[in-house]
Design a protein around this ligand. Structure first.
Ligand code: FES
Ligand code: FES
Length: 134
């Protein structure tokens, strides 16, 4: 069974989205032991003992995570289907690099596709999140 299906269908955590199912869009992005991964390409046997973070796990007590707040404030989404994956990709980046350059941001998000926003709001949101976290 794929990790996406375990998360969505067995654990009822439906924030992680399934779109292409073949590792092209990033909608299913999660963080596995600190590394961003497309959960549609990860099989159950590969994650035994691993720590997996999904969009549901990044809330900070009763409030939004700064990355979520930044996406909200900067218009980092429209339909929202790509957004959980975008936010997980942003979190994986900012967990490892506190002051990423524009190129590093674009590279980090290059595996995550958005069909609505044109990416401007997303890039602004990542930069705002970076400032908020610092
Ligand atoms: S659904 Fe996994 S990369 Fe598209
Ligand atoms: S906001 Fe619709 S796909 Fe990104």
């Amino acid at each position: 069974m794929r990790l996406t299906d375990i998360i969505r269908n067995q654990l009822d955590r439906t924030g992680t989205k399934l779109s292409c199912g073949i590792g092209r869009c990033g909608a299913c992005s999660v963080i596995i032991d600190g590394n961003l991964a497309n959960s549609c390409l990860v099989m159950a046997y590969q994650i035994e003992g691993a720590t997996i973070s999904t969009i549901e796990g990044i809330w900070e007590e009763e409030s939004l995570h700064p990355i979520q707040q930044a996406f909200l404030e900067e218009g980092g989404f429209q339909c929202g289907y790509c957004t959980p994956g975008m936010i997980m990709a942003t979190k994986a980046l900012l967990d490892q690099e506190t002051d990423p350059s524009d190129e590093q941001i674009k590279t980090a998000l290059s595996g995550n596709l958005c069909r609505c926003t044109g990416y401007g709001g997303i890039i602004r949101a990542v930069k705002k999140a970076q400032t908020m976290i610092r």
